[in-house]
Design a protein around this ligand. Structure first.
Ligand SMILES: *Cc1c(COP(=O)(O)O)cnc(C)c1O
Ligand SMILES: [Zn+2]
Length: 400
């Protein structure tokens, strides 16, 4: 049976060679459905570590040309000093900064661009807070496709912008926030026949499921809690789907609780859950230092809310100061350099322990979504500049 798309609301189905992003009947999100393969972990262990190791779980037909930069296979670090600070028994960071373009987006783009290529498309497009464009530009280059990007003006971290430009994307910036950039690129895609690779694209999310698979393999068991920063909310949904598929295939026999964290100034999903609403109220002017999660109207909120409900999950908001503090300690206690959005996961777990929302006995995996070098300007603001010294050893000794 080939994979197909299914509306999460009305159940309408679409073939895997149709270019459709949301349900034509009810405008809701689509999800890829396929037969759950029966493969053992031992079989996977014979293969190279990376997303295509889980080939049977990825909905790409045999014989398609695979577009890859060897994404995935990132380290899972045990962080004992950080665990003390956070207040849990065991804490791990899954360091997605080690992907080819420095964020987890590469997992999704490898599958998404492979799909674009197999559909015979010549151009791809995205709106981005930065990492999506960096990643899509690189994979489009690898595949020989044209790439169009719309960014919110002055709100994209310098490292990410540098990547998108150097990989040859046509980069445009709009006066407005990410939500407006996304609205524009969706319209542009349908007018120009570009293949849209934001996380509304369900094929892309399939690649991000592999984060769950890798955590299971590396840890050797199921953690109690998996903490994920939420922006457009695709990643937490994809990771949860990954755990469920390993569960259905019999590889694991229990499931973790998902923990979604948003920045205080951009927290529409957490606000909605706190108030017990069943619809999202967008935040019209999202603000946070963590630009990767500076999103006021997250497209994938229904999937994220389902993941949190199904997993008996947790949610929390963190302030910019809490994010910066966590970023510093992840870097200085453990040697792991992450960008601010990633640090939100660790900050959120610490807050939940302080508030007695999670037990100290828990084993927690935090997703370190992106690399420290993505946002050098934020680092200079937070850490200051180097100490200026004269070229004279005695003067230096005096200063020290
Ligand atoms: C994209 C991104 C996020 C948010 O992921 P969503 O799937 O949009 O929720 C978090 N951190 C980093 C570094 C990202 O690039
Ligand atoms: Zn529908």
């Amino acid at each position: 049976m080939s994979p197909k798309l299914k509306c999460i609301n009305c159940g309408a189905e679409y073939r895997d060679d149709e270019i459709v992003y949301v349900c034509r009947k009810c405008n809701s999100l689509l999800d890829v459905v396929m037969e759950i393969p029966k493969v053992s972990l031992n079989e996977f262990k014979k293969r190279e570590f990376g997303i295509w190791r889980y080939r049977e779980f990825l909905p790409i037909e045999e014989g398609c040309e695979i577009i890859t930069l060897k994404e995935g296979g990132t380290p899972l670090y045990e962080c004992d000093k950080l665990a003390k600070w956070v207040g849990v028994k065991k804490l791990y960071i899954k360091y997605e900064g080690m992907n080819p373009t420095g964020s987890f987006k590469d997992r999704g783009m490898s599958v998404g661009v492979t799909k674009a290529k197999s559909l015979g498309l010549k151009s791809v497009a995205c709106a981005s807070t930065g990492n999506t464009s960096a990643s899509l530009a690189a994979y489009a280059a690898r595949a020989g496709l044209k790439c169009y990007v719309i960014l919110p003006e002055n709100k994209v971290a310098l490292g990410k912008l540098a990547q998108a430009m150097m990989h040859g994307a046509k980069v445009m910036s709009v006066k407005g926030n990410f939500d407006e950039a996304l609205r524009l690129v969706m319209e542009l895609s349908s007018k120009m026949g570009l293949y849209l690779l934001n996380s509304v694209n369900p094929w892309r999310l399939e690649g991000q499921k592999t984060l769950a698979f890798e955590v299971i393999e590396q840890l050797g068991h199921v953690p109690d809690i998996v903490a994920v920063p939420m922006g457009n909310c695709g990643n937490i949904s994809a990771i949860w789907k990954g755990f469920k598929e390993f569960y259905k295939s019999g590889i694991i026999n229990k499931l973790p609780r998902m923990f979604g964290i948003q920045a205080e100034g951009a927290a529409p999903v957490v606000n909605m859950l706190r108030k017990g609403l069943n619809r999202l109220i967008p935040v019209s002017n999202p603000e946070t230092i963590a630009t990767a999660i500076r999103i006021g109207n997250p497209v994938n909120w229904p999937k994220a809310v389902m993941a949190l409900k199904e997993s008996n999950g947790l949610f929390e908001t963190v302030s910019d100061n809490e994010i910066i503090e966590a970023q510093r300690l992840i870097a200085s206690l453990e040697g792991i350099g992450v960008e601010p959005a990633s640090a939100a996961s660790v900050a959120g777990v610490r807050k939940a322990v302080l508030n007695n929302v999670i037990d100290k006995e828990n084993e927690v995996v935090c997703i370190g979504t992106g690399h420290l070098l993505k946002d050098p300007e934020e680092v200079i603001k937070v850490c200051g500049r180097p100490i200026e010294i004269p070229s004279d050893i005695r003067a230096i000794l005096n200063i020290l």
